[in-house]
Design a protein around this ligand. Structure first.
Ligand SMILES: [Ca+2]
Length: 403
């Protein structure tokens, strides 16, 4: 089969698959009870007041043990932790006091984490949020989260508690399974997404690109595309800030300069997930980082992004390197990469994206998939330990130093 024909076929086939994926995830409610089905050992606490007050008894409406969790001390350093077993989408929480007692928690904060070590407070309206808890032992107070979070671990941190009794909790966490293909980048691999055959250039009047990333490295290219006329789009981390560079065209005399760069965020190398959305219509661009949107217009007079036949994620492809000047590849994890309607991460799992000249590894739940055409080498094992899903374990994003 001629090369061009094969590429066209693959491209059309993939669009169909990604549409099905998006439709199936959008249509279901996300309100399952996540904590109740868990075993005793999935609950841990900062301390335990006495036998029968263990964290595993902290299930909503249960009366096991002494009817709930209570710590030894009464200060703001106590916490009750639920390990959901794998990353879940969390949409609501509920609390209750210890069964038939004068022990409860009246105000608390919520922390969440992928690793159980690196915690992030739940925010509402941009502030670390304090939730109203209980005023007796049996009433249930439920809070819908203003914005769902994705996490494996959830911690309840009591701030105020019963005046007459002790600090105590029974809890529920509501949400649903979170399916995501997480791509691990070791600084070598680059995903190259072929937009068309080599002979046909692409003109884009609009763009919609979204992805999530997590890294402990302050520098690295998240995505890059460029065209022979000098157009480009490039998203990268520089000094732990996000920089979007875009050029819809300059003229050859230099009187029209299209280069435009916008910076957003800070401390993005904090090993937490961050979401990015780029929306463009002609010269109008919205750059959204973690739900904060910056609107700007590109410089110059041109409306189309003229790209060559591919766009890459995690670095600049080797073929483009000379013009793009030795920028660092991304080291870390990405998920939910959607490029103009195509779910790239899903396509990678199905091995439909060209990765022929690069190494690439990803994990999808417990289904580890290796999409790599070259011979394997010993570094594979190490790299596959990055970006764990489901079973978890510690996260090593950087390559360990060579002995
Ligand atoms: Ca252009």
């Amino acid at each position: 089969m001629p090369l061009g024909l094969r590429l066209t076929f693959v491209f059309l086939f993939l669009c169909g698959i990604s549409n099905i994926d998006l439709a199936s995830t959008a249509s279901r409610k996300c309100e399952d009870s996540l904590a109740t089905p868990l075993p005793y050992s999935s609950f841990t606490g900062s301390s335990v007041y006495a036998t029968g007050y263990g964290a595993g008894y902290a299930k909503l409406n249960r009366r096991g043990g002494s009817g709930g969790w209570s710590p030894v001390d009464a200060d703001r350093y106590q916490w009750l932790q639920v390990d959901l077993g794998s990353r879940k989408k969390v949409t609501a929480v509920a609390t209750q006091g210890r069964y038939s007692s004068s022990d409860w928690t009246s105000r608390y904060r919520l922390l969440y984490s992928d690793t159980g070590e690196n915690w992030r407070p739940f925010l509402q309206d941009g502030n670390i949020w304090t939730f109203e808890g209980n005023a007796d032992s049996e009433g249930v107070t439920r809070h819908q989260l203003q914005r769902a979070v994705v996490a494996r671990y959830v911690r309840f941190v009591p701030l105020q508690w019963s005046q007459e009794g002790r600090m105590a909790l029974r809890v529920e966490v509501y949400g649903c399974a979170y399916w995501s293909d997480v791509v691990s980048f070791d600084g070598q691999g680059v995903i190259s997404y072929r937009l068309s055959s080599k002979t046909k250039k692409i003109k884009f009047l609009t763009d919609a690109i979204s992805l999530k990333f997590r890294t402990s490295a302050g520098h690295g290219v998240l995505l890059h595309g460029e065209g022979q006329q000098g157009d480009y789009i490039s998203l990268e981390l520089q000094r732990a800030r996000l920089v979007l560079s875009i050029n819809l065209g300059s003229n050859q005399y230099g009187s029209i300069q299209g280069h435009t760069a916008v910076t957003s965020g800070s401390l993005l190398d904090d090993d937490h997930w961050h979401s990015v959305l780029i929306q463009r219509y002609r010269r109008n661009v919205n750059l959204t980082l973690d739900h904060h949107t910056q609107a700007f217009r590109t410089n110059g007079e041109f409306d189309h992004l003229d790209l060559d036949y591919e766009i890459s994620f995690g670095g600049v492809p080797a073929s483009n390197k000379p013009s793009s000047g030795g920028r660092d590849n991304f080291v870390g994890c990405m998920e939910g990469i959607v490029y103009n309607g195509d779910n790239i991460t899903s396509l990678i799992r199905r091995k439909k994206v060209d990765t022929s000249s690069f190494e690439l590894r990803l994990r999808a739940g417990t289904r580890a998939v290796q999409a790599k055409s070259g011979p394997s080498d010993p570094s594979d094992v190490r790299a596959q330990q990055s970006c764990p899903e489901g079973g978890g374990g510690s996260v090593a994003l950087r390559q360990p130093a060579q002995p």
